[in-house]
Design a protein around this ligand. Structure first.
Ligand SMILES: [Zn+2]
Length: 295
């Protein structure tokens, strides 16, 4: 658990989770995917004050199972994240089985586990005023269509969620590929000192050119393969940016994902392939996430 600014703390678990402390209680952004980490994070939060709000920034497995342990008064997400909430983990039983796999020590903590979907949703943005401070929760399609971010105005921090994922890049698997570029522009324009990503360490505005370059390079890889006549499936079989491009650029491997990162990479290539012909101002169809076995 590390302190980023006077009132903001983060914990580089999986995912990177964070919270802000105010005189009227705390606001948490996401929560650890491992129950054993989640209970440690809960105790840390409680040492600073009651947990009033938890923002769930997306519907993937690593973001949606912690509310049972953190016990916020109110869970908040975007409407899209709420609509897709059970697409990544279908029910509590499935959640427990997955948690035992990635957190074998969690056994006793799984007793009575329940999925806790959002209590409150918003569409474009909402403002939370807590303890005299301002938190703007807003929708910014990117890593997922429903991605939420939280701007802690006085703290000069953007909780960027997986819309910034240094060194990862498999993050395209259920992305709004073109919308992400618009969202990056908005994020970069905010008057903040720090960006807390969904994975990895807090970063500054210096991260944006790198993030854009990586995204454009991956899209170009898929575009060139498609233009050579490769089908979607051939692209998924052939393009391996984890073992090639990432190493060349020194991005490092996706941490903790192991074999799953290759499954996500194939998902990323397929999703980019599907979006190649959409105009970046917006496609004609609304893409919805498929039911994923294992994200
Ligand atoms: Zn995700």
């Amino acid at each position: 658990m590390k302190q980023l600014t006077g009132n903001v703390y983060y914990f580089q678990s999986y995912p990177t989770v964070s919270m802000a402390v105010t005189p009227a209680g705390c606001i948490a952004i996401d929560g650890p995917m491992k129950p054993t980490d989640a209970v440690k994070w809960r105790d840390f939060i409680l040492s600073k004050g009651p947990l009033r709000y938890q923002i769930v920034t997306e519907h993937h497995q690593d973001h949606i199972c912690s509310a049972h342990y953190l016990k916020p008064e109110v869970v908040i997400s975007s409407e899209i994240t709420c609509a897709e909430f059970f697409k990544s983990v279908a029910n509590a039983e499935e959640g427990k089985q997955r948690m035992l796999k990635y957190d074998p020590a969690a056994g006793p903590l799984l007793e009575g586990f329940e999925m806790r979907p959002p209590d409150v949703t918003y569409k474009e943005r909402m403002t939370i005023r807590l303890g005299g401070r301002t938190f703007v929760v807003f929708h910014g399609a990117g890593h997922t269509r429903g991605q939420s971010m939280v701007h802690a105005v006085e703290d000069r921090v953007l909780f960027a969620s997986d819309n910034i994922s240094p060194g990862q890049g498999v993050a395209f698997h259920s992305a709004d590929v073109w919308g992400w570029f618009k969202t990056l522009g908005l994020m970069e324009a905010l008057d903040v000192d720090w960006y807390v990503p969904g994975h990895g360490a807090p970063c500054t505005k210096a991260e944006f050119p790198k993030q854009r370059e990586k995204m454009l390079d991956l899209i170009q890889m898929v575009r060139e393969a498609r233009n050579k006549g490769m089908s979607r499936e051939e692209c998924q079989r052939t393009i391996n940016f984890i073992d090639g491009y990432f190493d060349k650029k020194g991005y490092g491997r996706p941490r903790l994902l192991g074999e799953r990162s290759y499954m996500l990479m194939r998902g990323a290539v397929g999703n980019i392939y599907d979006c190649l012909d959409d105009h970046p101002t917006g496609g004609l169809h609304t893409r919805e996430d498929p039911l994923w076995e294992n994200i």
